[in-house]
Design a protein. Structure first.
Length: 612
């Protein structure tokens, strides 16, 4: 089902978004600003709005048609202000414990794709000074927000945070907030409505009521550059000459803001470096304009030199695994607690990983902070996924740019981030390359300290000297703009070749750049054993891993891998009645955490690699 809504862009890349409705629609949304995030949420003074919310399912879009007061869900509440009849009665509506996707909340909502309204109240203390905001860590896919029946903002994009200033809109005492989360994707959306994962709808990440001092530390970015700790601190509202003090471990920095409200500071580094073997984090404290915030960061460098990848100046081999954001457990859900994230990442550590590819969208902040703490280098990406993305659409490009900016600004202080990925499996066409080149340029401006990559496929088979030989040449024109080339290749699963013929396959590239394998794999149902030639068995998957790992290992310039993937995950396009039942079974562990044979194969390979 598609959103049937065309979004038109106005203004700058990160500017206003206007929505034009199709002629038959009964309603129209006035141009609104796409809500922007409040950065560094964990450091803010705030009140949680997680917990029980009422919800109303609206499969026919009655709420948006809005020509009848009884249907305007954001208004009606007992005692009704619209007469004696209250048909859409919030007080009699069912309850959901947010954050969570609705698909996992109730069996009948498993496949629901459309709008759902959520409502709760909270108390605002009129005595508390400063600015007040509602902050949302993630709502999939489109969100419209009302406060006390007034529409206050909207946001498009399911995996990035946003916030709305409500300082002038709060009532003393009780306030009511209504969210309409609509999981449908219009044709210009990112991703589109066709993905290989469940489109979990709803308020999938936490909601906060935040209080900021009148003048506050809006952003900071601290990193290691050429032996110096470099830190930029932004104070809002912007004013020149504001003194800023910053400490990182035993290092002390001080400076003053310029006209942009940014204080730029640097000091020679004397602190220990962060690495997967020794993930040392230093306490950060920043003081400016009467505000004070804290954080924990690590210091490290990552660079590409010719075909080599260098971490803290030394060659690095990425012992990785790809991961979707789904906890281990019998029910597929996007709800991720810290304990869930720790359990997933602990499985990656048990495999011997120093690297995780967090596919295919920004994962929640809690996962990134754990990666810092646990010593895992991270690949993070936005869902510019497959060939269906509208690479020629101005709306889509603006959306991608703002999504990527929000991801980078949220996470660039996380030392675990090593690679920003701009896309996964996109067509080798000029509009696509232009689109992604813009994203790459943006990413470098926002964060010059990370490497840029993209998962490429459709590598040309230039053939070998012998019959049956394949030499895949990584020649995608996007390669020119990337720091690291990454290849998705499903030999012996989606190709006709047998696993024991993988010795006939090799990879080459014309680019003098590091190359990694970002995906390969095969479906296996945990517990399904049999001869290794039999599809869907653990034995086949293990065999495919054994043979593919040999191929990976003899690839010149290969700096690592992140096979597909750690855990079986929900995917509506995986309908094999016996082996899949709407799970993609390429996990090395099942959805409930049973380790398959291939887990041991990869663990042994990584143990060898770790020895050097
Ligand atoms: C891919 C995609 C990934 C899919 C995987 C598969 O190439 O990048 O999202 O889930 O293949 O299982 O086919």
């Amino acid at each position: 089902m598609s959103f049937n809504r065309r979004a038109l862009l106005k203004g700058s890349a990160l500017g206003a978004v206007a929505f034009a409705m199709p002629a038959q629609a009964q309603w129209k949304v006035e141009p609104l600003k796409q809500a922007r995030p409040l950065l560094h949420l964990p450091a803010r003074r705030k009140q949680s709005l997680d917990g029980p919310w009422r919800y109303i399912l609206d499969p026919f879009d009655a709420g948006k048609r809005g020509n009848n007061d009884r249907r305007t869900f954001w208004k009606n509440f007992r005692p009704a202000d619209t007469g004696p009849l209250v048909e859409y009665d919030w007080e009699e509506s069912p309850i959901i414990d947010l954050p969570r996707d609705w698909n996992s909340h109730a069996a009948e909502l498993m496949w629901y794709d459309g709008p759902v309204y959520f409502r709760r109240t909270f108390m605002a203390d009129p005595k508390v000074q400063g600015r007040k905001l509602l902050a949302f860590e993630g709502i999939n896919y489109h969100a419209a927000i009302w406060l006390n029946a007034e529409k206050i903002g909207e946001h498009e994009g399911g995996f990035t945070p946003f916030a709305i200033d409500v300082t002038d809109k709060l009532k003393p005492g009780e306030n009511a907030i209504v969210i309409c989360a609509d999981s449908r994707h219009h044709p210009e959306a990112i991703p589109t409505d066709y993905t290989d994962w469940q489109n979990y709808g709803g308020v999938t990440r936490s909601v906060w009521f935040v209080n900021l001092p009148p003048s506050y530390i809006a952003d900071w970015f601290a990193r290691l550059e050429n032996g110096f700790v470099v830190a930029d601190v932004t104070v809002e509202p912007k004013a020149a000459g504001v003194p800023v003090k910053l400490s990182i471990g035993s290092l002390k920095l001080a400076g003053k803001t310029d006209e942009q409200g940014v204080a730029r500071m640097r000091v020679r580094n004397r602190l220990g470096l962060w690495s997967p073997e020794k993930p040392v984090l230093h306490g950060v404290r920043i003081e400016a304009a009467g505000d004070a915030v804290t954080d924990r960061i690590g210091l490290r460098t990552i660079a590409a030199r010719g075909k080599e990848l260098l971490f803290n100046g030394k060659p690095l081999y990425l012992r990785g695994i790809s991961i979707h954001e789904e906890p281990i457990g019998p029910v597929g859900t996007r709800r991720m607690t810290e304990a869930d994230a720790r359990r997933l990442l602990s499985e990656a550590k048990a495999l011997g990983c120093n690297f995780v590819r967090l596919a295919h969208y920004p994962h929640s902040e809690v996962t990134l902070r754990l990666a810092d703490e646990m010593g895992l280098i991270v690949w993070s990406e936005i869902p510019v996924y497959w060939e269906h993305i509208r690479y020629e659409s101005a709306h889509t490009l603006t959306l991608a740019r703002s999504m990527q900016a929000d991801m980078i600004l949220r996470d660039r202080n996380r030392c675990s981030i090593g690679l920003w990925s701009v896309a996964n499996e996109t067509p080798q066409e000029e509009p696509r390359t232009r689109f992604l080149k813009t994203l790459i340029e943006d990413a470098r401006k926002l964060d010059p300290t990370r490497l840029i990559t993209a998962a490429l496929n459709k590598n040309v088979d230039v053939g070998g000297a012998k019959e049956g030989q394949s030499i895949f040449s990584v020649t995608d024109p996007l390669g020119e703009f990337l720091d690291v080339l990454a290849v998705n290749q499903y030999e012996a699963w989606y190709s006709k070749r047998k696993a024991n013929e993988l010795d006939q396959v090799s990879f080459t590239t014309t680019y003098d750049k590091p190359l990694m394998f970002s995906e390969f794999g095969a479906d296996a149902l945990a517990g399904n054993r049999g001869p290794k030639e039999k599809f869907w068995t653990e034995d086949f998957q293990a065999w495919l891993f054994e043979e593919t790992l040999k191929m990976v290992d003899r690839t010149p310039g290969c700096v690592g891998l992140s096979p597909w993937l750690l855990k079986d995950f929900r995917s509506p396009r995986r309908w094999h009645g016996k082996y899949q039942q709407f799970w993609n079974r390429k996990g090395l562990i099942s959805e409930t955490g049973e380790r398959k044979l291939a887990f041991g194969v990869l663990r042994d390979f990584y143990a060898q690699k770790a020895k050097g």
